[in-house]
Design a protein around this ligand. Sequence first.
Ligand SMILES: [Zn+2]
Length: 315
Amino acid sequence: MLEPFFIGQSAIGPGESRVIQMPLGSFPSGALVEVPIHVSRSADPGPIVLLMAGLHGDEINGVEILRRVLESGLNVPNIGSTITIPLLNAFGFIHSTRDAVQSKDVNRSFPGSANGSMASRMAHLINRSILPLIDVGIDLHTGGASRYNYPQIRAELNRWNNLELAKAFAAPFSIQAPLRPGSLRQAAKQLKKSILVYEGGESQRFDETSISEGYQGIHRFLSYLGMANNPPAQQKNLHFLKSMSWIRSPMSGLFQSFVEAGQWIHKKQTLGVVTDIHGMTRQLIVAKKEGFIIGLNCNPVVHLGDALINLGTEE
Ligand SMILES: [Zn+2]
């Protein structure tokens, strides 16, 4: 017999679906800051899955992906439970910023504190009230700072069954990604829970390819776990990459790319050019090794050393 589980003071029983508003404090205006959490439980036992977006407030593709998940009812599981958080960081969302109050990055604030900054309280809410409940989660992101990420899963693919889970999601790329201190993934690892990060598109812009890849990936993922039916077909060519590194700008000026995100490039291929504004100087960007372009800077105005092209490699 399944027991209810608790989020804050709210008990959610088997077969129940509800939206819980978790309080985080208030704005200086006095308006309450709350995180909406959609919980949907089957009467039958199974995995408990977290689907979360908007940890970085301006990364809105994920918010739209989960809006479609909720609209279509994909979050209502055949077995087990889903916990869907379409927007963690409402402050960043309404200000079109990545961070929460006082420029604090929620994804560097884990495990967080109940009495800390807003970012720290957001992290604490997830760490204390959500992570202990779940078996596995998907955290939806985009590139930041005008960088476009081709749809990809990032995880420790060499740990637990993460590789199998990434294969189930079947994003075009799945990439071995080291943990960052203070991140959700690191906090989850402490509790022995798997979090896969989905990256698609760039901040403050909708990208239909990334939105639809993310939605379909979640559908396949939930189907793999027995929680959904009729998973969409996956692409034939999925790539599993062992590392990624940025090619950086050799000078300050204007960057033009000759390549596209998702594309395979070979060693010594010319990838783009950085020029000055006077028509005097140009420096070509030439690949030192082969790989896939998993991320691309979309802002032509670059400083010396700025990240231009993120290259994912199979070794
Ligand atoms: Zn992000």
